[in-house]
Design a protein around this ligand. Sequence first.
Ligand SMILES: [Zn+2]
Length: 150
Amino acid sequence: MTDSTRSIEELEEVRRRTLREIARLREQLQAEIEPASADDDDMADVAADIYERGKTISLISSLEDKLHSIEHAIAVATSGQYGVCEVCGQPIPAERLQIMPETTLCVQCASKLEQGIRRHRIMTADRINARRISEAETEDTEGDDGEEEY
Ligand SMILES: [Zn+2]
């Protein structure tokens, strides 16, 4: 009982820190827009700015993903299930929770899920490619077969 209360407090702290970090990066993003739109005629500088901004944006989006996980973990902790794997029901080792307090899965289930997501992404990409190829093939009903180049 006291254990899960402490976990919720720790998770809330991680959540606050993540929110602060997102806010800081958003401010940084705002500040970065200014000099680039000024009379900066150096294309390399502009390109570097765009690159930096892209990195900041992807950092923000990964922090937002983390925030969702933390909020989910808080909900799990509130129901008294924190520290138990949501898939297999086995306890999650304390060391893992220390490194990733937002996790609600054990290492085995997390890696299985990760592999599943990766496979799903590859399959989706394959399907899109296959559709593109078949569309390209059906578009070209006349003409020589085997002519791949445009
Ligand atoms: Zn598990």
